[in-house]
Ligand binder design. Structure first.
Ligand SMILES: Cc1cc2nc3c(=O)[nH]c(=O)nc-3n(C[C@H](O)[C@H](O)[C@H](O)COP(=O)(O)OP(=O)(O)OC[C@H]3O[C@@H](n4cnc5c(N)ncnc54)[C@H](O)[C@@H]3O)c2cc1C
Length: 546
């Protein structure tokens, strides 16, 4: 019955792919039968629905969360799995064991958490291909690590001692349908948010997808990290309703579609959300419907402030005035110095704490009115040197100077510099304290740094620069203290980058053991063999025991 319900939600083409996949599937003795698995999912559903009562019924989840550790195949099993994958995908470039490829997918240039090469990288082109990969993984009990744009920052897709199949989704990069009248778009998970926006622009469709993380991030990874970016002030994050539905290959090899395309639905609890921020540990996203927003005129302004406290006070008042603000970014004096040195634009900035504003409105008159109100509030809080872009080109240059944070920061460190960019988030009113104390801590440490914050969300990053192992050790401690500071201010260890391996250790402190046990219980029900992205997101059982 539940299996029928699932497949009836699949689009006709996905459904026929799914049926073909099932027909050609080899029997897998290790995979539970669908009915049983959906029975277990129903247990998870009722647990989610009864969140309020859950604390009183912890023993059930504790039992499930503490279930036996997964047992994986041997090296020989994995060798056989790779052979099978090559037989299932005979085309020359679909399965790679090239050492450079394995290392590029298992060791991230964006993080300082250690990684190892995966055992094999497979490049699927359809949902059906992904099902086949998962079937092989089940047969040989081999870990599966999804990979999209590869821009995540907390070691989300790193390879480990276990080895595993890295599923690179980059060839599933098609936009399947654009529904302008409904303001939505259906795509495969390997499409980048920038490509979506370029395609809409090229086709003259006045809509855009507002989530804007790393430039080459793609929809599957963005959904899976619960990302956001500079536009979150106006449009919120991946946890809003930007992902209307997703087609997912579960660890059992079963395909589900989480919801239909209507803009609203209150049919049961929100299964799509279960996968947002799941970091590839619960399923592989193979198709997504994203919601689009009207593309409105914008312009950019900057102002400088005597200190970050004053700047943040201005942010709070501007947000409460309800004017048309798309983004508010806080940059410190070191950041402005780095931008001047980097020299990507001709503009030279005062070396002082700044706010960058992206103003938005339906008409030139509304932008003008917003600029007037924002300037007034800036002045009230000690801001000066207000500068409003005189045209679209200047607005773009100013915004690019903000977007070049990583590159200008690394250049500021000098040759051979490496950077650790971290991310915490607090209620906006606590941001001045967080930023001020972090600045003091960074100054005391002697580490070179730049600071930039999505100030309109209370989300704050510091790029800490280092060249030696000793400096790296200092940076690790600084990151740790920054997270502890955010937690003490009722914040989170990650506002947008996610947990990966880097923030696992903070999860119990932030969420409490009951909530983490519930997350682990859900994981164990959906992925009882622990195949999907092991070692990421969930703290180890012994950490929960403390
Ligand atoms: C310069 C730079 C700037 C950045 N700025 C921001 C920012 O402003 N805001 C922000 O939120 N982030 C930012 N990031 C981080 C990064 O861009 C985001 O985390 C992004 O969402 C990751 O997407 P990706 O496609 O690169 O995913 P990947 O790094 O490939 O994967 C991320 C995670 O998702 C899983 N995954 C990937 N594809 C799938 C799939 N199809 N199904 C299931 N699981 C999958 C992976 O296993 C992994 O756990 C920045 C990164 C860089 C390098």
């Amino acid at each position: 019955m539940l299996g029928r319900w699932t497949s009836s939600l699949l689009s006709r083409s996905s459904r026929s792919q799914y049926i073909r996949a099932i027909k050609h599937a080899r029997p897998i003795s290790t995979v539970s039968r669908p009915a049983t698995r959906y029975g277990q999912l129903a247990v998870v559903g009722s647990l989610l629905g009864l969140g309020g009562y859950y604390l009183g019924a912890l023993s059930h989840s504790t039992e499930l969360a503490g279930a036996a550790k997964p047992v994986y195949g041997t090296k020989e099993d994995f060798g056989r799995a790779i052979k099978d994958l090559k037989a299932v995908f005979p085309s020359e470039d679909a399965v790679s064991t090239n050492p450079d490829d394995l290392a590029a997918h298992g060791i991230s240039p964006n993080t300082w958490h250690p990684g190892l090469p995966h055992s094999v990288v497979v490049y699927p082109q359809s949902t059906e291909d992904v099902v086949k990969i998962v079937q092989v993984a089940n047969q040989y009990r081999m870990p599966v690590i999804p990979y999209s744009g590869g821009t995540s920052l907390e070691g989300h897709y790193l390879g480990g001692e276990l080895g595993g199949i890295c599923v690179d989704m980059s060839r599933m990069d098609k936009i399947l349908a654009i529904h302008e009248a409904d303001s939505d778009l259906v795509c495969q998970p390997g499409v980048g948010w920038m490509e979506i926006n370029e395609t809409l622009k090229d086709q003259g469709i006045p809509l855009f997808f507002p989530l804007d993380p790393g430039p080459t991030a793609t929809i599957g990874g963005m959904l899976s990290t619960g990302c956001s970016g500079t536009n979150a002030v106006r449009y919120g994050t991946a946890r809003g309703e930007w992902f209307l539905n997703a087609t997912i290959v579960l660890p059992s090899g079963e395909v589900i579609k989480t919801r239909r395309r209507s803009r609203k639905s209150s049919a049961g609890f929100d299964v799509t959300k279960l996968f947002i921020g799941a970091e590839g540990t619960l399923g592989i996203v193979t198709e997504v419907t994203v919601r689009l927003a009207p593309l409105l005129p914008t312009t950019v302004a900057i102002a400088q402030f005597p200190n970050v406290r004053k700047a943040t006070e201005a942010v709070v008042e501007i947000l409460n005035r309800g004017v048309g603000i798309q983004c508010i970014e806080l940059t410190d004096a070191a950041y402005m110095h780095a931008t001047n040195l980097y020299g990507a634009s001709e503009r030279k900035y005062e070396v002082a704490d700044h706010l960058f504003f992206k103003l938005q409105g339906p008409s030139a008159a509304s932008l003008k009115e917003t600029a007037r109100i924002v300037q007034e509030v800036v002045k009230k809080h000690g801001g000066s040197r207000w500068s409003l872009a005189k045209d679209a080109d200047e607005a773009e240059t100013m915004w690019t100077d903000r977007k070049n944070a990583l590159y200008s920061g690394l250049a500021y460190g000098g040759e051979g510099t490496k950077g650790w960019s971290t991310d915490v988030c607090v209620p906006i009113s606590q941001l001045p304290e967080l930023v001020y104390e972090t600045q003091q801590d960074l100054e005391r440490s002697g580490i070179k740094y730049t600071m930039v914050g999505h100030a309109g969300d209370g989300n704050f990053h510091a790029l800490m620069l280092f060249k030696t192992e000793e400096e790296l050790a200092t940076v690790r401690e600084l990151v740790h203290r920054m997270v502890e500071r955010a937690l003490a201010l009722d914040g989170t260890c990650t506002g947008e980058h996610g947990v990966g391996v880097g923030k696992k250790e903070f999860l119990v402190e932030e969420l409490g053991p009951g909530t983490v046990k519930l997350m682990k219980t859900i994981k164990k029900v959906i992925d009882p063999h622990g195949l999907f992205n092991p070692g990421k997101l969930y703290p180890d059982d012994d950490e929960l025991a403390h």
